[in-house]
Write a protein that binds this ligand. Structure first.
Ligand code: G5P
Ligand code: MG
Length: 228
């Protein structure tokens, strides 16, 4: 267990399949003070509940395209405010938002209005060759966002979530064709986003072939800056 001595407001960046969700759940286990929010998980819950927003989101997600900036920014900042994360001492982790410079500068503006800010951005740098095969073997539990992989972390009972016993599903964007498109979209948006966070001095990179190699590096980085 790791205790933070200062509030951490962390953004994880990384390609589709790089392990943002995986590192998030590892960090939550290790750092009880931390809470997380994943834009993709929220959108998948909206799709499952067949809300108006969910129906709209599905048309983008199914094609591997990013949602329009204003739509996703409104959705996420509403959640941030509802959860009390805009109040300065909050400690949190964002997975999947912001992912364009427009989203990033809007979020910065909102945080600034509340006298708070992001204070760490970490890019998970995983070779493309390592992530392609992860996606086809991924299964998810939509209500919780828990992620499984048939090789790397299989569920205890095939097809069922470890905690609730509810059925696992495939993501509608985890096909070879859509994955290619997601990767393209990622590369297009990520370069300028990295420049943006490099300018503000927040960007760090953690590299590795697997999540087990990345996790101790990520934890070290966090504890060296925020904890013991
Ligand atoms: P998402 O949901 O944010 P992506 O594409 O950014 O989706 P994804 O696919 O969720 O990212 P991840 O979270 O980085 O990837 O990876 P993961 O789930 O932890 O790991 C992938 C798989 O590999 C899992 O099965 C895991 O068990 C396994 N694994 C992990 N580590 C290892 C390892 O070391 N070895 C092996 N063998 N396996 C491993 O966004 C989805 C869509 O929502 C919209 C967009 O349409 C987007 O495409 N969206 C937004 N649109 C606009 N703006 C935003 N901010 C948006 N956010 C979401
Ligand atoms: Mg994810």
């Amino acid at each position: 267990i790791t205790r933070l001595l200062k509030p951490l407001r962390l953004l994880l960046l990384g390609a589709p399949g790089s392990g943002k969700g995986t590192q998030t759940s590892m960090l939550l286990k290790q750092i009880p003070q931390l809470s997380s929010l994943s834009s993709g998980d929220i959108l998948r819950q909206e799709i499952k509940s067949e809300s108006t927003l969910g129906r709209k989101a599905a048309t983008y997600i199914a094609q591997g395209k990013l949602l329009p900036d204003d739509l996703i920014t409104q959705l996420i900042t509403f959640r941030l405010s509802k959860m009390g994360w805009l109040k300065p001492p909050a400690t949190w982790l964002l997975d999947g938002f912001p992912r364009t410079t427009a989203q990033a500068s809007t979020l910065d503006g909102i945080l600034k209005q509340h006298n708070t800010d992001l204070n760490l951005v970490v890019e998970l740098d995983v070779p493309e060759s390592a992530i392609l095969e992860r996606i086809e073997n991924r299964y998810v539990h939509v209500p919780s966002g828990r992620v499984y992989n048939l090789q790397y972390n299989p569920p205890k009972v095939p097809g069922l979530d470890d905690i609730t016993g509810e059925p696992l599903t495939k993501r509608l964007d985890d096909t070879v064709e859509v994955f290619k498109k997601r990767l393209e979209e990622f590369k297009k948006a990520n370069e300028p986003l990295k420049v943006y966070y490099k300018k503000s001095g927040l960007l760090c990179t953690v590299s590795g072939e697997s999540s087990d190699i990345i996790f101790p590096k990520l934890l070290n980085l966090i504890t060296s800056k925020f904890g013991q």
